[in-house]
Design a protein around this ligand. Structure first.
Ligand SMILES: Cc1cc2nc3c(=O)[nH]c(=O)nc-3n(C[C@H](O)[C@H](O)[C@H](O)COP(=O)(O)OP(=O)(O)OC[C@H]3O[C@@H](n4cnc5c(N)ncnc54)[C@H](O)[C@@H]3O)c2cc1C
Ligand code: FES
Length: 291
């Protein structure tokens, strides 16, 4: 483990005004860029450039007037507060409409909502993140946070897997991370194409690149599809990392995002309130959500 400075986490900024949890705040899309065929990246500005005041791993409810609302993870770090970013996959009514909007358009934002990663608990520890597919979106907020506050954390390992090279998200970040000494970063694709020169195979193949961990001093974050989670957690547990050191983030269908409608319920837990980020120990009680 490298030497880290465990001090108080920087303030993520002032919280949004009371009421915005129920009432969408009008916000401006300041930039849109295409990440893949299905995903766009949006920069969003709140009125008066106010910070969102989120923690990495939290989400917002994004609304389009007359169309609807949907939960989207914040994919930028609170350490970069001028605007915040959302990576949105086009799958249905709301996200399709969002993909037709350009810079200057207005949308509604409720939040930040839910529980994110406890960055204060992570301070002074080694960090190991494994992300699969769209799971890189919530994780990118944490990656940026650790990089921006690098001296507060120990060793930093990051693995990312996508199905194909065309589905890789945040390519500019991937290049930057690969070239950086601040993070030990590896990426793989399940199905390489002819141009792909990197690693191939499922994300667990990358574990051959992982140096021995200091299990008690390592915080692990796993975000991806349930099948990936299942195999990655086995690898991590086999390295004797305690369950209390393992975080993951769950995606459930949500409506209200604030514990009122029951749409997100898994067993007896409202994922919108107690999650989407959980410790592995908590998740084992939420079989419905991970099987
Ligand atoms: C906490 C949380 C964080 C999320 N973060 C992101 C993110 O960062 N980026 C992103 O692109 N998406 C994210 N999602 C998923 C996103 O909310 C859904 O894709 C969105 O609600 C779809 O809305 P729609 O109106 O466009 O599609 P709809 O018309 O409602 O549905 C279109 C299709 O997508 C399916 N679908 C809808 N919601 C989900 C879901 N939650 N999981 C799986 N399938 C679903 C439907 O069954 C249907 O087949 C997140 C979801 C949650 C709960
Ligand atoms: S989304 Fe309504 S209770 Fe969780």
């Amino acid at each position: 483990m490298t030497t880290a400075t465990p001090t108080t986490a920087p303030d993520a900024g002032p919280s949004p005004p009371a009421g915005s949890v129920y009432l969408p705040v009008p916000a401006e899309i300041t930039a849109v860029s295409k990440l893949t065929e299905l995903e766009n990246l949006y920069a969003i500005r709140l009125p008066e450039g106010r910070p969102l005041g989120h923690q990495p791993g939290q989400f917002v409810q994004v609304s389009v007037l007359g169309v609807g609302e949907c939960p989207i993870s914040v994919c930028s770090s609170p350490t970069r507060p001028e605007t915040f970013q959302l990576c949105i996959r086009r799958v249905g009514a709301v996200t399709d409409h969002l993909h037709r909007l350009e810079a200057g358009a207005e949308i509604g934002i409720r939040g930040p909502l839910g529980h994110g990663f406890d960055v204060r608990e992570m301070q002074g520890k080694d960090i190991f993140i494994v992300a699969g597919g769209l799971g890189l979106a919530p994780v990118r907020s944490l990656v940026q946070y650790v990089l921006d506050e690098r001296s507060r954390f120990g060793d930093f390992h990051l693995f990312y897997g996508a199905r194909t090279p065309a589905e890789l998200l945040f390519r500019e970040d991937l290049t930057r991370w690969r070239e950086s000494n601040a993070v030990d970063f590896y990426v793989t694709v399940d199905r390489p194409d002819e141009q792909w020169r990197g690693k191939s195979g499922v994300v667990t193949r990358l574990f051959t690149e992982l140096p021995p961990l200091d299990p008690e001093e390592t915080m692990v974050v796993i975000v991806g599809p349930p099948i990936m989670f299942k195999f990655v957690v086995l690898e991590v547990l086999s390295r004797r990392v305690p369950q209390k050191n393992i975080y993951c983030s769950l995606e459930r269908r949500m409506e209200c995002g604030v514990g009122k409608c029951g749409h997100c319920q898994a067993n007896n837990v409202y994922v919108c309130l107690e999650g989407p980020v959980f410790k592995y120990g908590q998740l084992k009680a939420l079989r419905e959500a991970i099987e």
